[in-house]
Design a protein around this ligand. Structure first.
Ligand code: PMV
Length: 359
């Protein structure tokens, strides 16, 4: 089993003076949710997600050797300097410096953009951190050309995790487990691992239509939310339940048991928000239209007998999940009944995807 020490390089054989890389990394949507963490971004419970395809961050990393010590980088978002991103990147560099000893040896220019609208309420931290991590690993691969493909992706996920926990599930597709679970071989607290079994055909082209309910700034960040699981009255039961739900979800993803998939997915989403509502201080990230959408999805599923369900991230937006073979019907339902509940009628059609791509 790999440990943190395995990600500390033992010297480099290659050299690189300057150059650039460009990668995209997608967002992901958790089915079993990560909420609560230990030191160093170790999750309090395991999670599993579908990697998305269309919602992604595209990042170009230019590097140039320098002589002085210290981190040095310029940041651009959609072609314009973006100083407000600096503290996050600075922190990421600090956290990863022990594993990427070359960080202080280069000046970097980081040029990044998202395919989804800015401040849409879609968290860009997962895709953003994964895109940055995979670029940095491309540079490390230049310095260590013997690196295996397997190590390249594991370490990318390991580094992305240090930027934002869920980012470690955004490196590869199409379903990723993060967090050690004794039944899932290869699962680790340190990086995302590919779902160990073949997904049932009904899940291979699964759809995720993201309804943008509220684009405002969240009142409570995920960092604060994770922290509030320390001393939370239901924390231990919740962490145990996530292990149990992961086993049940694994069985459903393999067998194609859609009823089980729906009930675990929706229960996980509501449990995540229940944890927020029962922490101290307590908070609510759902909005009235979040609840209205959920009720309409339930009513539609009941009458149309179509396997469509929802999940939620740490925010008000609703992810509508369904198999590809009911896509036309569900999109019609979304247009007729749900779009009016979205802010500025905005929604994004996405689907399960394959992970980071180099340009
Ligand atoms: O990666 P973070 O620290 O932003 O946490 C996000 C956690 C959830 O999105 C709410 C759940 C998950 O597993 O992705």
């Amino acid at each position: 089993m790999l440990s943190e020490k395995d990600f500390i390089p033992q010297g480099y054989t290659g050299t690189a003076q300057n150059g650039s890389f460009k990668w995209s990394a997608p967002s992901n949507i958790a089915l079993v949710k990560y909420w609560g963490k230990k030191e160093n971004q170790i999750p309090a419970n395991p999670s599993v997600s579908f990697t998305l395809s269309n919602c992604k961050t595209i990042t170009e990393l230019k590097f140039e050797e320098k002589r002085d010590d210290g981190f040095s980088f310029d940041l651009f978002f959609e072609g314009k300097p973006k100083e407000s991103f600096r503290p996050k990147i600075e922190k990421f560099f600090q956290r990863t410096a022990a594993y990427l000893p070359f960080l202080e040896k280069y000046h970097f220019t980081i040029d990044t953009q998202n395919t989804f609208p800015h401040s849409s309420g879609i968290a860009s931290s997962a895709s953003g951190m994964a895109a940055l991590a995979v670029n940095l690993m491309s540079l490390e691969r230049l310095l260590n050309p013997e690196m295996t493909e397997e190590y390249f992706y594991k370490k990318t996920s390991f580094l992305a995790r240090l930027g934002s926990g869920s980012a470690c599930r955004s490196v590869r597709g199409s379903a990723v487990v993060w967090g050690e679970n004794k039944e899932i071989e290869g699962s680790s607290d340190l990086f995302g691992a590919s779902f160990p079994d073949t997904l049932h055909a009904d899940f291979t082209n699964f759809q995720d239509t993201i309804l943008l309910i509220d684009k405002g700034e969240k009142q409570v960040s995920s960092t604060v939310g994770h922290d509030l699981m320390h001393g939370h009255p239901f924390a231990q039961q919740r962490f145990a339940q996530a292990h149990d739900n992961l086993s049940k979800m694994r069985a459903a993803l393999v067998s194609g048991d859609m009823d089980a998939f729906i009930s675990i997915t929706e229960s996980e989403a509501l449990t995540l928000h229940a944890m927020m509502m029962t922490s101290h201080p307590y908070f609510i990230l759902m909005k009235p239209n979040t609840l209205e959408v959920i009720n309409r999805i339930w009513a539609y599923r009941e009458t149309a007998k179509i396997p469509v369900c929802f999940t939620l991230d740490a925010g008000a937006n609703v992810h509508v999940l369904y198999p590809e073979n009911v896509k036309d019907k569900v999109l019609e339902f979304i247009k007729n009944e749900l779009v009016a509940l979205c802010q500025n009628s905005q929604y994004i059609c996405d689907a399960i995807g394959d992970g980071a791509v180099q340009y």
